[in-house]
Design a protein around this ligand. Structure first.
Ligand code: FES
Ligand code: FES
Length: 163
């Protein structure tokens, strides 16, 4: 048995410790926000937070999590009460097909937990490991700038103002 803390709640799963965290989240805990894209750490669709740091959950063995806190997009808010990052993505209509968006939101949340006043370069570097096949990167970047403002900060030297 492996004990986890996911979105603030205790969870116990009976799986091989080598099982990727992504599979446990989706198949055992029925948290379907994080997606399988490449399975190789190359697309970011599976990104979740582990102790506030974005990780590729497709590459993270569940047995390596230990006592660290796992946060998925389900933990950032609900449909009825979306969190800042979710509201910012909605406001900017950042999704096309939406497949990459949970990973993008997790990555944005990780950045904003570190700093609410990143530079434009820091923001782009933080978001870079996640790819959007639909090409909505510019809207996604707008959403992250907006979320930073909603958190009481803002992207320093932002390439576009938040209006
Ligand atoms: S599915 Fe994990 S990085 Fe692509
Ligand atoms: S919105 Fe389709 S992959 Fe990003």
């Amino acid at each position: 048995m492996i004990d986890l803390t996911v979105n603030g709640a205790a969870a116990r799963v009976d799986v091989d410790p080598a099982t990727p965290l992504l599979y446990v989240l989706r198949d055992d805990l029925h948290l379907h926000a994080a997606k399988f894209g490449c399975g190789l750490g190359q697309c970011g669709a599976c990104t979740v937070l582990v102790d506030d740091r974005p990780v590729f959950s497709c590459l993270m063995p569940v047995g390596a999590i230990g006592t660290r806190r796992v946060t998925t997009v389900e933990g950032l808010g609900t449909a009825a009460r979306p969190g800042d990052v979710q509201r910012a993505f909605l406001h900017e209509q950042a999704a096309q097909c939406g497949y990459c968006i949970p990973g993008m939101m997790a990555r944005a949340e990780g950045l904003l937990r570190k700093t609410t006043t990143p530079t434009e370069d820091e923001m782009r570097t933080a978001m870079a490991p996640s790819l959007c096949r639909c090409g909505t990167h510019m809207r996604i970047l707008r959403a992250v700038r907006r979320a930073a403002v909603m958190r009481g900060g803002g992207v320093v030297d932002a390439a576009e103002p938040v209006t």
